[in-house]
Design a protein around this ligand. Structure first.
Ligand code: SF4
Ligand code: SF4
Length: 473
């Protein structure tokens, strides 16, 4: 029986509008959270003092007091922030927070991150890198670690590696706490932390220490565009048996890519192994809702990412032709194109825009619009893979959470409403759409075959050819 008071309730949402939720008085910060902030603040102050040239600069004590305090304070802060709350994803009021919804704080964060990339790439002397003397300033703050693991003084690239890896580890703690109700997110977060720390930072630096060719063990051509270019090939083959091992590793990963993607979709790399994906999934997670999920953005994405793939293929082929003909075909042209690719795609697009614009365009700008590795993985995933996200459309209540939090800008809801499998090339299998769905509509699955995902998926070549006519799917 209906309570008559319900019928008498007179509130017209349309007329009143939804507006900003009522502001709740924030409780005072508990002491332990204040201590976390204190540790973070003390670390920042010590860092500034060392950049100014205090005696602590360039010492282990200085490193521990600055970077150690910042990392520890921030990690504890994240741990404490989520520890007292009920497990489950919390996105309340996300569009009303300046830092997370392109407000003034978001712009400031974007300018800061972009600025750091500009300094690292083009103004290393501002950071303290010196060609003919010991490092100073910010670069000197990581010098003891550089001496230990590489045997050389710190450079801007060493500093960059330390910052990048620390960001993944510290924001990984946030991911562990935020998604602690989900085993999938816990395991993939642990995976990107291990791959970044071990495969992309420690082992490559040890290669430098032992005077071997540099290589990131989780990097694959064409993301690491030069790994199968002639000069790198020459470096590998000139480094004895260990160099040959590196060469086999580099080529082996290229060969393994379609096989692994067939069984697991592109998530095995983009959400579990890749350093760019690792940063996007940890540091970038607070901004995932900013990815544009319009059809226009999807069209731009397809053109851009496949153009970059075509560019890297063209550069690679031209370099090899040049190498084999000792410059008879392209002359100096291929070298110029190589530099062009390295600067505009490798530096500006993947770094400055790809990471610097997290707070403005979402956390997967590079992965979605530029990464040629993602393009290859996407083509395999779309046409010849067992991976799919299944949807139980009858349960969908069209809340739109899945589309909002899809970092690749996929309108997941539109597939759920039609009960269609999601087999989009760009899906990195992060699984957040499934985690934020209040009705359990979405499920990430590796089926027993590629052939049952959509009508025509049993003929992948046909489906590929048809897609060149840019069918909507
Ligand atoms: S569709 Fe889901 S799993 Fe795929 S990228 Fe978007 S949120 Fe992640
Ligand atoms: S989150 Fe779930 S219920 Fe909401 S629109 Fe997406 S599939 Fe439907």
């Amino acid at each position: 029986m209906i309570d008559p008071r319900t019928l008498a309730y007179d509130f017209d949402e349309e007329a009143e509008g939804f507006g900003e939720p009522p502001r709740v008085e924030r409780p005072r910060l508990p002491l332990d959270q204040k201590l976390c902030l204190g540790l973070l603040g003390a670390g920042l102050l010590t860092l500034v003092a060392q950049i100014g040239g205090t005696a602590l600069s360039g010492t282990w004590g200085g490193m521990a007091l600055s970077w150690g305090s910042i990392a520890l304070g921030t990690s504890l802060w994240f741990w404490r922030l989520y520890a007292g709350t009920t497990p489950g994803i919390k996105h309340d009021g996300i569009w009303f927070r300046s830092a997370l919804s392109r407000g003034a704080l978001g712009w400031l964060a974007g300018i800061f991150m972009t600025g750091m990339y500009v300094l690292i790439y083009w103004f290393p002397q501002v950071l303290g890198e010196s060609a003919d003397g010991p490092p100073t300033g910010l670069v000197a703050t990581v010098d003891p670690l550089a001496q230990l693991v590489t045997g050389y003084p710190a450079s801007r690239w060493f500093l960059y590696g330390v910052l990048y890896t620390t960001a993944i580890l510290v924001f990984g703690v946030r991911m562990f706490m935020k998604y602690r109700h989900s085993r999938y997110h816990q395991i993939r977060t642990a995976s990107v932390m291990v791959f970044q720390f071990g495969f992309a930072w420690l082992l490559p630096n040890l290669l430098v220490l032992f005077q071997k060719p540099y290589m990131e063990f989780n990097g694959i051509w064409p993301l690491k565009q030069n790994y199968i270019w002639p000069e790198k090939w020459g470096e590998f083959t000139g480094a004895g048996a260990f160099g040959l091992f590196l060469l086999v590793w580099a080529v082996g990963l290229v060969v393994a890519t379609p096989i692994l993607t067939y069984f697991f979709g592109k998530r095995w790399y983009c959400s579990w192994v890749c350093g760019c994906g690792g940063l996007a999934e940890t540091l970038g997670d607070p901004w995932r809702q900013l990815s544009d999920n319009s059809t226009r953005a999807w069209k731009i994405e397809r053109w851009m990412i496949h153009s970059v793939l075509a560019a890297v293929l063209a550069v690679t082929v031209s370099l090899w032709i040049d190498y084999k003909t000792t410059g008879a075909v392209y002359g100096s042209w291929s070298g110029g194109v190589r530099q062009w690719y390295g600067f505009y795609i490798g530096a500006v697009f993947s770094g400055v825009v790809g990471v610097g614009f997290y707070p403005l365009l979402g956390n997967r700008v590079w992965c979605r619009f530029g990464c040629p590795q993602a393009a290859i993985l996407g083509i395999w995933q779309r046409f010849y893979s067992r991976f799919r996200i299944t949807t139980n459309g009858d349960q969908c209540m069209s809340c739109g959470n899945c589309s909002t939090y899809c970092e690749m800008g996929i309108d997941v809801r539109s597939y759920a409403q039609k009960s269609e499998n999601i087999v989009r090339a760009s899906c990195v299998g992060c699984g957040v759409c499934a985690s934020v769905c209040p009705r359990g509509v979405l499920k990430l699955e590796n089926g027993s075959t590629h052939a049952d995902r959509y009508e025509g998926s049993d003929r992948p070549l046909d489906a590929f050819v048809k897609s060149l006519g840019i069918r909507d799917r």
